[in-house]
Design a protein around this ligand. Structure first.
Ligand SMILES: [Zn+2]
Length: 202
């Protein structure tokens, strides 16, 4: 593929410019491996329209009468910081009050993946997921909380927080009381082991 070939050349040049020998044994396949990783893994979100992968289920009218809350915890988040091109990673938690529609966990995870596998800042990513959910699922309210470690601060030894939490809320979950309730429920679910499986190790 032409793009991968060109990126490979760029990484070969980068290695030379920092004083390395791209021809030595340990590095000989690195430019092509890194080029493939960039195109086939780290930036695949540019090629996918989240509208194409999102599916919801209609639920019975009965549910709509109550302002019940759905919380999905620990959706994996892996992204690249647009300022340093270094990874940030963690979890996204999504809470929403259904309004006739619900969504499966795997679809949520894919939506998060599409927005994550682009160059991002955590604040925008959080907002993009919230806006998408709000527009597509049309819930009464939605809240998205992202928590992530930023390797750009870790590897550079920057004395600023390397762990960041961001929140975006829309609709009925925008108010103070909802915020407290969602955070309390998230904490309640934290660390619980379901079916005796450590979900974080899967
Ligand atoms: Zn950064």
């Amino acid at each position: 593929m032409e793009v991968i070939k060109r990126i490979e050349e760029i990484f070969k040049e980068l290695l030379t410019l920092v004083g390395e020998d791209p021809g030595r044994e340990g590095l000989i396949e690195t430019p092509s491996r890194v080029a493939r990783m960039w195109v086939e893994e780290l930036t695949t979100g540019y090629k996918v329209d989240p509208n194409d992968i999102f599916k919801y289920f209609n639920i019975a009218d009965d549910y709509e009468k109550h302002d019940d809350l759905v919380i999905v915890r620990d959706v994996p988040l892996r992204s690249l910081c647009e300022h340093h091109l270094l990874p940030f990673f963690g979890y996204i938690h999504i809470a929403y009050v259904p309004n006739g529609r619900i969504v499966g966990f795997s679809k949520l995870a894919r939506v998060v993946d599409v927005f994550s596998r682009r160059l991002q800042v955590q604040e925008r990513l959080t907002n993009e997921v919230a806006d998408f959910m709000f527009g597509k699922l049309t819930p009464k309210g939605v809240m998205v909380i992202a928590e992530a470690y930023h390797t750009c601060t870790i590897v550079r030894g920057v004395k600023e927080p390397m762990y960041m939490v961001t929140r975006a809320a829309r609709g009925s979950l925008s108010n103070e009381n909802s915020r407290i309730e969602v955070l309390a429920l998230l904490n309640l679910a934290k660390g619980k082991q379901v079916l005796n499986i450590d979900l974080r190790s899967i």
